[in-house]
Design a protein around this ligand. Sequence first.
Ligand code: SAM
Length: 217
Amino acid sequence: MDNARFVDQLQRGGEALGLSLGEGVAPGLQRLMAELLKWNAKVNLTAITAPEEVLEKHFLDSLAVLPEVEGAASLLDLGAGAGFPGLPLKLARPALAVTLVDAVGKKVGFLKAAIAALGLKEARGLHLRAEGDPEREGIPRAELLIARAFMDLPDWLALAPAYVRPGGRVVAMLGKAQPESELAARASERGLRVVSSRQYRLPFSGAERQVAVFSQA
Ligand code: SAM
């Protein structure tokens, strides 16, 4: 994918998602794509390797939750894998302090290399396993906790609150939309409430997504 097409697709996709992306985002994402595809030739980081698909299914899918992230100072991405959604969110909002945690060393090796290649400040990759006890595990709490393709919703709402600072929020990125009543019931089981939820579609494939935000009730 050449530079002009990348910028055009990013802009069109961002507009379709209603996002405001600064001009600096495209070069960072292009560098991230190059690092990802280079590493993926040696280390299995992602099954999505066609540049157009990486742009939509990794980059735009990550950036789609920017409205839920706005205003937060710190973000913790658990089970970050190759850095989604945390790295695109950091590129789009450089002031956000981002911690990416994964239990697999080679993935964290990539995260650290990508952070260095992108020259990101206040971003780090940690090779740790999240099991519900952040102090013991050495995982820092954040204002906003997020994960994609990490756990199903009931398990996520059981694990996540321990990693959030007081007054913070938990974001769930859902591949399969859930009715509001289901979200409220799952939240209530864990002493949480639904702050917001919305459904949207990825701009080119039309794939359905939902994002929901939870806080202490
Ligand atoms: N979030 C990325 C994405 O959407 O592309 C990766 C999703 S991948 C399906 C799930 C990731 O969670 C894997 O990289 C795996 O190593 C990591 N993982 C699984 N259990 C974990 C745990 N308890 N603590 C930290 N990472 C974990």
